[in-house]
Write a protein that binds this ligand. Structure first.
Ligand SMILES: C[S@@+](CC[C@H](N)C(=O)[O-])C[C@H]1O[C@@H](n2cnc3c(N)ncnc32)[C@H](O)[C@@H]1O
Length: 373
């Protein structure tokens, strides 16, 4: 069966995600703000969850229709064959949102949608009781200009939760954003990557997983693994395909440095858990002594505090990074920061810039291409 699927992503990363989606073999790939829509069967649902590095989640678009009244909303939702999707013991919380629509009360819409699904399931399963004690099916309903989209989540936890990261305390970069940056930095299986502010190692771990072709979702579970309409073998096949695609026999190497020995330890553990411990090395070091090799690509996320004292320190660190890179020219450097004054402190205009979001924080990726190809 063919499904219409939607993968939301951070603003600014849509083109990277659409490339990933096409690589999966999905069809009708369409890009819009903050999401990529595509078509595919059960295998594509499993493959998308296991392999997509820059998607936040994957949802099935069950139906789209116009509704200006609660009756229209109820009828539209009722017309979906819910009993074919969910067993009678399914738990099915409904989460809604409404923008520029006549039906503006989200709680009221959620209630109507829930009621419509309840009625439809009771009828379809020929039962009076729905215990909601079974597997979780998260329903999302979005109203935009009176158009209703009814969606079923397939991911469960957000896809940024790869299962390798222990929290370090310091605001780490989101895994999905790190993966998009790694893609924009053209990380390949023969790249040498260095990060002087490595923190918990996210950028380098994502780079290594890409270089070694390790699927980000290989070690975690997805909500749709428990969905009756996707056979278990589909997940097994897609996992096994992803496992077979891993290539550890590549020259890729990454080196991360951080002044804080505690986060360096965490980064090492994260890399081990992510299966890239032998490709990525971490060291305790101050950026003052950063001396990347000439054939390296630098990808980094320097500290940027909100408080005044922190901002002064951050400014000094940006200047130091600039000096170290002037003394040790590299192939290219990519710096992701929310500091709007970065180019001034760094003392050099970027070859290219790209607006990105780290969670809710607007950032820019400053890209500096070196002279060498
Ligand atoms: C924004 S965090 C990097 C987060 C990282 N991308 C991650 O995903 O965890 C910045 C890091 O710079 C480190 N740092 C601060 N001052 C430093 C210095 N002088 N030299 C090297 N690292 C420093 C901090 O310890 C912190 O881990």
């Amino acid at each position: 069966m063919q499904y219409t699927l939607i993968a939301p992503c951070y603003f600014g990363t849509e083109s990277v995600l659409s490339y990933e989606v096409k690589k999966l073999g999905a069809t009708d790939v369409e890009v819009s703000d903050g999401k990529v829509t595509f078509k595919g069967d059960e295998h594509i649902i499993a493959a998308a969850n296991i392999n997509l590095r820059t998607a936040e989640r994957v949802v099935i678009l069950l139906k789209e229709f116009k509704a200006k009244t609660f009756d229209e909303l109820f009828d539209g939702v009722s017309s979906i064959n819910w009993a074919a999707l969910m067993p009678k013991d399914a738990q099915f919380p409904v989460k809604g949102s409404s923008l520029s629509s006549t039906l503006s009360s989200v709680p009221a819409c959620q209630k109507i949608v829930k009621k419509a699904i309840v009625e439809s399931l009771k009828k379809g399963h020929n039962t009076k009781i729905l215990p909601e004690t079974g597997n979780l099916y998260k329903i999302r309903v979005a109203l935009r200009k009176d158009m209703v989209s009814v969606m079923l989540d397939t991911s469960g936890d957000g896809l940024h939760k790869r299962g390798y990261r222990r929290n370090s305390g310091e605001a780490p970069i989101k895994e999905t954003l790190a993966a998009a940056i790694v893609d924009l930095a053209r990380v390949r299986s023969d790249s040498i990557i260095q990060d002087p502010f490595a923190g918990s190692g996210t950028l380098l771990i994502e780079a290594a997983q890409k270089a070694l072709n390790i699927a980000p979702g290989l070690k975690r579970k997805f909500a749709a693994e428990e969905y009756a309409f996707i056979p278990k073998e589909v997940w097994e096949e897609e996992r096994s395909k992803a496992r077979m695609a891993i290539n550890r026999d590549v020259p890729f190497k990454a080196y991360g440095f951080d002044i804080d020995p505690f986060v360096v330890e965490i980064a090492k553990q994260n890399a081990q858990k992510a299966g890239v411990g032998s490709a990525v090395s971490f060291f305790t070091a101050d950026v003052k002594s950063f001396s990347p090799q000439a054939d390296a690509v630098v990808i980094t996320n320097p500290p940027y505090g909100e408080r005044l004292g922190d901002i002064d320190v951050a400014m000094e660190l940006e200047k130091t990074l600039s000096k170290r890179l002037a003394q040790n020219p590299v192939k290219a450097s990519y710096v992701i920061t929310s500091d709007a004054e970065f180019e001034t402190n760094f003392g050099k205009k970027a070859t290219k810039r790209r607006k990105l979001y780290n969670g809710m924080i607007p950032c820019q990726l400053y890209m500096y291409y070196g002279d060498k190809k």
